[in-house]
Design a binder for this molecule. Structure first.
Ligand SMILES: [Zn+2]
Length: 171
């Protein structure tokens, strides 16, 4: 997606549905890493911009790498985030910095595969099943505006549910 944070919307919804089994930070980290690929080819003016890491095979390899690299990086980022919060903010916004293996793996895998799925709906140069099958893009299923709206709505809903859960914890 041209604007990677749209991918975070479904991730926030997934976090709200399975908070203990899903690492949102690993999900987001994997999405950002995968979008380095089109950024690189866009800047060097080479078409297509969505290549190996925007296939299910390539994204799976990216997910494995992100699992190992992203766990310590995300833990560090969460500790940094927590350290910037004052006492009243941290009651709402502090995040557990330890990321257990299962939620890390689930976050990285769903981040990678949902990335390819969403980009297949959006970009005409996607070949998500390469190198096994050609084609497979689904750009005519929804418009870009609809897709961005769904992602934003999923994100808003996820954030509302997560805040409601934080409010319950505070009682
Ligand atoms: Zn992408």
């Amino acid at each position: 997606m041209p604007f990677t944070p749209f991918h975070f919307g479904p991730g926030a919804a997934a976090k709200a549905m399975a908070p203990r089994h899903f690492s949102f930070t690993l999900f987001a980290f994997t999405n950002v890493v995968i979008d380095v690929e089109p950024l690189y080819f866009m800047l060097s003016n080479e078409w297509p911009i969505h290549r190996f890491f925007h296939t299910y095979a390539g994204a799976t390899i990216a997910a494995v790498a992100c699992y190992f690299i992203g766990r310590p990086v995300c833990s560090w980022a969460i500790r940094f985030w927590n350290s910037r919060l004052n006492a009243s903010q941290s009651r709402w916004l502090a995040v557990e910095p330890r990321i257990a293996p299962l939620p890390a793996a689930v976050g990285a895998a769903t981040g990678a595969w949902s990335h390819v799925l969403l980009d297949s709906l959006m970009h005409s140069d996607m070949e998500p099943f390469a190198p096994f099958f050609a084609g497979g893009g689904m750009i005519h299923l929804v418009t870009i505006a609809q897709l961005e709206l769904y992602c934003a709505l999923a994100g808003a809903l996820g954030v509302v549910v997560l805040l409601a859960m934080a409010a319950r914890r505070r009682k």
